[in-house]
Design a protein around this ligand. Structure first.
Ligand code: AGP
Length: 609
């Protein structure tokens, strides 16, 4: 996804802009650019990595203290310097950076061409720039009028930062459906697509809502609504520390975040469990409302969806409420049948995933109560859901989620236990037993990291050459296999598939041949023999078998390599089995010499459809 940054203050803007863009690289991009206002507004753009832009400006003594910057993830128009942002209006009046998609940009081109506008790029953003310029020149009222008229006229998503030649000491911003954070300190004001870009400078932030605009001056921020009226915003404080957005001695963010899991899981547990009692009251989901819930719909994308697949088992088992897990991009268009007494749970690390945000709105339009399980405070989904339970994973920089995934899992366990207890489906003894066990998870993960990492690292170097891998399991082991498979695919580019172990014989087993890598996840007492039988089937066809299982399960007859994990309650095994699967993906990728934090084609938060 694109990233925008902006700074208006006392310091040299170029350093702050480049540093901010570097903190947004994880969002995925293919070109970058900045605009700095000194005597005039100077624009510098470069295709490819940020280093190419830095090389371009290293000898320019850019002293300007106001500017905007952008990392572009191409949507309209190929990756090129010409299509890179910032874009400038025909008459040079308006300079703009944008994250999002303008859906009606074709009709806007026709409108603008009638007024003799010309276009030098293939981007929807250049059209947006000229539309603002068009209204600015037509009504001559000033930036907020031009921006508001534009927001009424365009369809799509945007987080924009704009500089007007006639207003040299101001940066104007506006957003709809794309993320934006505004910060302020004694050195000036800041705008960015995400917290890590400004965290180094300030924890004092404002959240700007959809169809609002703001003017960043050197010492204050003025907010406006769509009518152009000034609105008051409360400054909030980001609870993350700066180190969280740095590697802190780890080679990659992904391995750092894998190792942060015991700590952030403990923090998340302690945030919702004190004195062996669950407290989710901050979500404002009352016990009466919980008692009234008849169905649960878990809606998410990617790894967050896999959390939902895991959560379905524990939620249904404990609460006896039917649970459906839906891929957000499907849910939003299939007109699902929903029970008015249902609860839609939207799981999202970023809280900005376009499909998940759209699914939330679909559920709300259907009159369904919504609960977000979100990591980024103040994100769009967090603000629009009826109820929110925040994960306390801190900023997750690596594109491949690990610690956010694990904290989401923990919250689904806590939610399931609380709902089951409130609905009197479990007694106090069971409630306390589950709470006691959940609090052992952080230390058990720490043990896995200590005991298994070296073996997994050694094992991984053997598989950097593989082209296919299969993850199989049953019940919760199948659910977590989905995540293990995605982890491997998205960072190592090795094709992999997750299969319900019992499903292999219905077709896919034809793909198994000598040395095919098969990873068997085996934790569930009631059905582990079945999985072992399935592993025997693939082993007899020459597969190389890695198993992830607690010691008590004997896999000697099938496993070529075993990764042992501690025992825990059957519901909580996904939190333990996912750790070796994360490590395996990480080390195979590193052994392939790939950029594990920024995999090709991927973005950390997919804020477009
Ligand atoms: C996970 O490793 C991926 N980066 C991706 O599947 C991610 O989980 C998905 O895009 C959902 O993102 P969200 O949690 O921010 O909504």
């Amino acid at each position: 996804m694109c990233g925008i940054v902006g700074y208006n203050g006392k310091k040299k803007a170029v350093d702050i802009l480049l540093d901010g863009l570097s903190k947004l690289e994880y969002r995925g991009y293919d070109s970058a650019g900045i605009a700095i206002k000194d005597k005039n507004i100077e624009i510098f753009k470069a295709k490819g990595k940020l280093i190419n832009l830095q090389d371009k400006i290293k000898d320019k003594n850019l002293k300007g203290t106001i500017g905007i910057g952008h990392t572009r993830w191409a949507t309209h128009g190929e990756p090129s310097e010409n299509n890179a942002h910032p874009h400038v209006s025909n008459n040079g009046n308006v300079t703009l950076v944008h994250n999002g998609i303008i859906e009606n940009y074709q009709e806007l081109i026709q409108k603008l061409e009638k007024h003799n506008y010309k276009f030098y790029s293939d981007t929807d953003t250049e059209v947006l720039t000229n539309i603002i310029d068009y209204y600015y020149n037509k009504y001559k009222i000033g930036p907020i009028d031009a921006i508001n008229r534009t927001m009424v006229r365009v369809r799509g998503s945007y987080a924009i930062a704009v500089m007007f030649k006639d207003y040299p000491d101001e940066i104007w911003v506006a957003r709809k459906d794309s993320p934006m954070i505004i910060g302020q300190n004694d050195d000036g004001t800041y705008v960015a697509s995400d917290v890590p870009a400004i965290l180094k400078y300030t924890k004092n932030v404002y959240y700007i809502d959809n169809l609002e605009a703001a003017c960043l001056k050197k010492d204050k921020v003025i907010f406006y609504d769509l009518n152009g009226d000034v609105i008051k915003k409360e400054m909030q404080e980001i609870k993350w520390d700066v180190s969280a957005a740095e590697k802190e001695g780890y080679e990659h963010f992904m391995i750092k975040e894998i190792y942060e899991q015991p700590e952030v899981i403990k923090k998340t547990i302690n945030s919702y469990i004190q004195d062996n009692t669950i407290d989710i009251s901050r979500s404002n989901l009352t016990q009466e409302e919980i008692k009234d819930i008849k169905e649960i719909y878990i809606i998410a994308c990617g790894s967050a969806y896999h959390v939902g697949v895991c959560a379905q088992y524990i939620l249904e088992d404990l609460t006896k409420i039917p649970v459906r897990v839906e891929i957000a991009s499907e849910f939003r268009y299939r007109k699902p049948l929903l029970n008015k007494k249902g609860l839609a749970i939207i799981i999202s690390q970023s809280g900005e995933t376009a499909d998940s945000l759209a699914a939330l709105r679909e559920a709300k339009n259907a009159g369904i109560k919504t609960l977000g399980i979100i990591n980024v405070v103040g994100s769009s989904i967090a603000r629009e859901a009826d109820h929110v339970l925040y994960t306390l994973a801190g900023p997750e920089i690596a594109v491949a989620t690990t610690k956010a995934f694990s904290t989401q899992l923990i919250i689904t366990y806590i939610l399931a236990i609380e709902m089951a207890h409130v609905k009197r489906k479990i007694n106090k003894k069971k409630y306390l037993e589950l709470i006691k066990e959940i609090q052992t998870i952080p230390d058990k993960i720490k043990n896995i990291l200590e005991d298994d990492t070296n073996n997994i690292q050694k094992l991984s170097s053997k598989f950097s050459y593989v082209h296919d891998a299969f993850y199989i399991g049953r019940n919760l082991d199948y659910a977590i296999s989905l995540e293990g498979s995605l982890k491997l695919k998205e960072v190592s580019y090795i094709h992999s598939e997750a299969y319900a172990a019992g499903e292999l014989k219905h077709g896919t087993i034809s793909l198994i041949e000598p040395n095919t890598l098969v990873i068997g996840v085996i934790t569930q007492d009631e059905i582990y023999e079945k999985t072992i039988s399935n592993l025997v089937e693939v082993k007899s066809r020459g597969a190389y078998i890695i198993t992830v299982n607690p010691n008590k399960i004997d896999v000697n007859k099938v496993a070529d390599f075993t990764i042992n994990i501690p025992e825990t309650n059957k519901y909580f095994y996904p939190s333990l089995t996912v750790i070796p699967l994360q490590l395996l993906s990480y080390y195979i990728t590193v052994s392939k010499g790939l950029d594990v934090d920024k995999p090709r084609n991927l973005a950390k938060s997919v804020t477009v459809e």
